[in-house]
Write a protein that binds this ligand. Structure first.
Ligand code: FAD
Length: 269
């Protein structure tokens, strides 16, 4: 990170994943895999928070958005450019197909090594794969320190002040750069895109990098390089309709106890 005349220049890489809009998810009943064709796609919600965090903290530096995915992931990168990202790179190659989280992190790591950066920001978790593994695996792969579940971020000199969400409170960490962080949705409210932003997004070239270009090791990427095997997938049964209990709090509590007794879930001794 450079500081010129009191203005910081932080170069930030934000890893974003295009995911199916979960309100409209369909599973192939035979193969048990996600049907992506015809399903609207969005930027993974916490990756939008990651972009917003990067834009707020970059100073005079730049934000590079990076995504591994099929050609249509370009849409997600265009949206990120419209939000204000400076550069976008799509990692697209049939050799990447079938990558599990470990192989995904290997691909991202190979690409990251080609980009000047002080900070890498990932979302905490993708809403489709749902593992929250890629950020930490990427940090491990690059030998970088990592702070996960970041809900507040600020710059103090050349250090980052981070607040990390925990189940029963939060942790405050001061971190040196370079570092990788993963962010949760509480960190900020992503900005809306403007018409100017959309214009800029369509004027900016999205770079397309292949496995050969990033020098990815073939045995560590794609289906061949993926140690995870999916044994079974299933759609959880939909929950039945809930029941709304009206009235004052005491009355509501009495009604709930009555219902629980009727269902033999609650017994008075
Ligand atoms: C054997 C196997 C085969 C698979 N084959 C395919 C396949 O062919 N096609 C497919 O789409 N999925 C495939 N998957 C799923 C794929 O592995 C995961 O979607 C992917 O590795 C990310 O994991 P996740 O969704 O749990 O992300 P998480 O670990 O929950 O994501 C955390 C954060 O990491 C970053 N991130 C995650 N993925 C990417 C990405 N692709 N680009 C940039 N940043 C990212 C984002 O910042 C995200 O918020 C396969 C999985 C397995 C186990």
């Amino acid at each position: 990170m450079k500081c010129l005349e009191g203005v910081f220049r932080m170069n930030i890489i934000v890893c974003i994943k295009q995911v199916p809009d979960t309100n409209d998810i369909k599973i192939d009943p035979v193969k048990g895999t996600l049907i992506r064709e015809g399903v609207p796609s969005i930027i993974n919600p916490e990756d939008k928070n990651a972009i917003e965090a990067a834009l707020r903290i970059k100073g005079d530096g730049k934000v590079v958005v990076l995504s591994m995915g099929p050609p249509q992931a370009e849409e997600a990168l265009r949206e990120a450019l419209a939000m204000g990202a400076d550069e976008a790179i799509l990692l697209c190659d049939f050799k990447f197909a079938g990558s599990d989280t470990w192989a995904t992190a290997n691909v991202l790591a190979a690409a990251v090594k080609k980009i000047d950066h002080d900070l890498i920001i990932c979302g905490r978790q993708a809403i489709d794969g749902d593992t929250a593994q890629v950020g930490p695996q990427l940090a491990e792969n690059l030998g970088l320190p990592q702070v996960t579940y970041v809900q507040k971020i600020s710059l103090e000199g050349s250090k980052l002040n981070l607040e990390r969400a925990m189940e029963d409170g939060f942790e405050i960490i001061q971190a040196e750069l370079p570092i990788l962080i993963t962010v949760v949705k509480e960190i900020n409210e992503p900005r809306y895109i403007t018409l100017q932003g959309i214009d800029k997004a369509y004027d900016t070239e999205i770079k397309k990098w292949t496995a050969d270009y990033i020098g990815a090791e073939v045995e560590k990427i794609g289906i061949k390089g993926s140690p995870t095997a999916v044994k079974k997938t299933f759609v959880p049964p939909r929950k039945g309709q809930g029941q709304k209990i009206e009235g004052q709090p005491k009355e509501q509590a009495r009604k709930i106890i009555q219902i629980l007794k009727e269902k033999e879930i609650f017994q008075e001794f």
